[in-house]
Design a protein around this ligand. Sequence first.
Ligand code: PMP
Length: 357
Amino acid sequence: MNQWEQYFRKVVPYVPGEQPSVPGMIKLNTNENPYPPSPKVKKAMEELDMDKLRLYPDPTSHALAEALSTVYGVNKEQIFVGVGSDDVLGTAFLTFFNAEEPILFPDITYSFYEVWAGLYRIPYVTLPLLEDFSVRKEDYYRKNGGIIIANPNAPTSLNMDLEAIRDILLNNKESIVIVDEAYVDFGGESALSLLAEFENLLVVQTFSKSYSMAGIRIGYAFGAPSLIKAMNDVKYSYNSYTMNLPSLWYGAEAVNDQAYHNKMLAKIISTRTWVIEELKKLGFTMPDSKANFLFATHKEIPAEKIFLALREKNIYVRYFNKPRINNYLRITIGTDKEMETLMSALAEILKVTSLTN
Ligand code: PMP
């Protein structure tokens, strides 16, 4: 080992879902949207003035914050914009979680939380979800250095009602509570409505899922002006120009096209409804999903076996070999056609596997 290596920052990195590029594959493993972004985004791309790229982008992301402000009814000073919600959440961890007390989050949730905690040396305690994967709100009524809850949760897909979030806030007036709403548009209820009541609340959302723009990388947070200023101070101490110029424009176009956004959401929710019924017929059970994915387990066949068999057929879903969830598959809702192919593949796999068992 070289002398200097002892001074490297030791981290356990986040492992994102596979990004295979196999021709004809069906990709249901990273909760992307199967439909394209708004046609207004395409038009903006075609009209992009190359000369503009000579210049640095607006460090305040004004145009995008303005569009978000109008559509979501929040003042611009209450909006932070970042490179995907991962960037927004990472900045929030660095900005707010500096107490000696541990931060709190569920044992089964977005696995990036413990990665940021590790990176920034933030002490944390994970609190076990109940057997049915629901959050026991009372577990969060204890001294802490901050709280983060994904709602709907990932990978469980379960939503916690707003009253429970409110109770957690009421019992935690001295620390920052972050609600990660990456999937909220698919059936959850946003904590945005609690913003006026709680100055310690940060609501984080993304363009990656409901706006079909995972490749553009935009996330945003709503919070009290003092919270947003603190996040911007941290951001400007690291890199002022995080958001590239085209993405600020494309994001604004997407958010301004709420008619398209709602139409695509309705399509995914309707696909989710029939897929749930079909999966049940095949012997799967799953929590009540309010996200663009399902978290399914089969009564007889182990999840890993199904995962590998689907892969053989070029269908990618997500499998986590972790305690408590190693018999579940996380399946993103794709197009109707993709889900029909998935259903036939599953029916075939289950038939063959039960015959050979
Ligand atoms: N939060 C949750 C719960 C997620 O599942 C994801 C997607 N991996 C993110 C945040 C980050 O998404 P993005 O950075 O694409 O906005």
